[in-house]
Design a protein around this ligand. Structure first.
Ligand SMILES: Cc1cc2nc3c(=O)[nH]c(=O)nc-3n(C[C@H](O)[C@H](O)[C@H](O)COP(=O)(O)OP(=O)(O)OC[C@H]3O[C@@H](n4cnc5c(N)ncnc54)[C@H](O)[C@@H]3O)c2cc1C
Length: 428
């Protein structure tokens, strides 16, 4: 799904509550301090932070703001990374891992702060369940809770079982779940549009339908579109899975994986109370995980399934329908009104990939399905680095990343094979 065409039918697009203002395509030659490529959370956040620091900023978005993962996501806001903190400890040591954990918590706080400061109507709610599907998961979640309390001084995880769990999610499907009060969910497209609106108010020139087709590197750099050109001292790349070879050095460090979501018709108040009475978000502990939450108008927004070739897996809607009916018999027969997909960029170790090329091109990508909060922080850290304070950006950039094995031909088949293995393991 790396094209820049209109997204498939998404409930988010049908419930837009934020107008970022006119964002006409780029025409002609423009000079700026910074050219940001990509109008997702990474790009909008970087543009906002840079403009607030006094930089002149031009943002180019190939489609419309939120066209990529940011406008299609599950909207779940969590601290941490797409991988366990143990991966970071092994790569960088425990002190550095603690710094990264603290930054990931800042990412969540930053999200909440921006929603409030910029009055973004995106239905932000707190409360999160990490649900075990089998006994092995219960042990793993308990170990995780203990490790986070001991090594990271993090005490927001509480194991729920039996009635205490059913009070938060009304199903018998899970033997236990970790409840995390410091995580939550929001409407991802309205949040992204809210960041864009704030960036525009802060002086950023936003150009939609402006695909960056080439970046001429140098000091300054030039970013070209079909109808214009931006000359800038710095370039920030926030293109994530939608990059499509714009910066060839970055291909191979991330792989594109499509993820799918549905939205049911709105539930009645009494149905919602028999599903997620406290309006928490939930994800299960499988490797190819399912996740869900209620929207502001009480639809069940359910995500899961993955594909690596850009084609939607067959029968996805029927499978999701069956899962929902199994989890919540009270919802049997509720119509699914929307279905859409989006692309995530995954790295080999599932930690995000931050870095710079040639001294003045900054990038942050590969959040591995865990970027709703982190992408916002990435924008802030890139702005800090451009302003000369790079320590916090470099804490992430120090994370080593290997290219996916198999070269351009075998990369996808190898990834499919590995995922098949983990899917089978999920069934054991
Ligand atoms: C279905 C789905 C569910 C998800 N659920 C969650 C979740 O619940 N919680 C969570 O933390 N994360 C989730 N994620 C991941 C999260 O959405 C992403 O990590 C995050 O949105 C990445 O933001 P971004 O700005 O880096 O990239 P994107 O939002 O993908 O933005 C990249 C933008 O760059 C633009 N672009 C690309 N190339 C060019 C070019 N050449 N010129 C101009 N513009 C260009 C694209 O059009 C796109 O708008 C999910 C992702 C998907 C797809």
């Amino acid at each position: 799904m790396t094209d820049h065409a209109a997204p498939p039918s998404s409930w988010y697009r049908d419930s837009i509550a934020v107008d970022p203002g006119p964002c006409l395509p780029l025409e002609g030659e423009v000079r700026a301090d910074v050219c940001v490529v990509g109008g997702g959370i990474t790009g909008c956040s970087a543009a906002l932070e840079l403009a607030e620091r006094g930089y002149s900023v031009v943002l180019l978005e190939a489609g419309e703001i939120g066209h990529g993962a940011s406008g299609r996501s599950g909207g779940q806001i969590l601290p941490g990374l797409g991988t366990d903190m143990a991966t970071v400890e092994r790569a960088l040591g425990q002190e550095a891992a603690r710094d990264i954990w603290r930054l990931s918590r800042e990412a969540v706080a930053l999200t909440a702060e921006r929603v409030e400061r910029h009055a973004i109507p995106c239905d932000l709610e707190w409360g999160y369940l990490h649900a075990a599907v089998k006994e092995r998961h219960v042990r793993e979640l308990a170990e995780y809770r203990d490790r986070m309390a001991r090594d990271y001084d993090y005490h927001e995880l509480e194991m729920l079982e039996g009635e205490a769990l059913r009070e938060r999610v009304v199903t018998d499907a899970y033997p236990a779940a970790l409840y995390e009060s410091a995580a939550g969910h929001l409407h991802p497209l309205n949040y992204t549009l809210g960041l864009a609106r704030a960036a525009r108010d802060a002086g950023v020139s936003i150009h939609q339908h402006s695909v960056a087709v080439a970046i001429e590197r140098g000091q300054p750099a030039c970013v070209r579109t079909a109808t214009g050109r931006v000359t800038a001292d710095f370039v920030v790349l926030g293109t994530n899975a939608y990059q499509a070879g714009l910066v060839p050095e970055l291909s191979g460090r991330v792989m594109r994986a499509a993820n799918y979501m549905i939205a049911t018709a709105p539930l009645s108040e009494s149905q919602a109370a028999r599903v997620l009475p406290h309006n928490d978000a939930l994800s299960d502990a499988n490797f190819v995980l399912d996740y869900y939450r209620l929207s502001g108008d009480r639809r069940l927004i359910y995500g899961g399934e993955v594909s690596y070739d850009g084609r939607e897996p067959r029968g996805i809607q029927a499978r999701m329908d069956a899962k929902i009916a199994r989890l919540f018999p009270v919802l049997e027969g509720i119509p699914i009104e929307y279905r859409w997909g989006g692309d995530v960029a995954i790295t080999l170790n599932r930690a995000p990939d931050f870095g710079r090329l040639g001294g003045n091109l900054y990038y942050a990508q590969g959040y591995s399905g865990h970027g709703m909060a982190l992408a916002g922080l990435a924008g802030r850290l890139m702005a800090e680095a451009i302003a000369g304070q790079a320590e916090r950006f470099d804490a992430f950039a120090a994370m080593p990343h290997r290219h996916f094995p198999g070269g351009s031909l075998l990369r996808t088949p190898l990834l499919v094979l590995a995922t098949t293995f983990y899917k089978l393991r999920d069934r054991l």
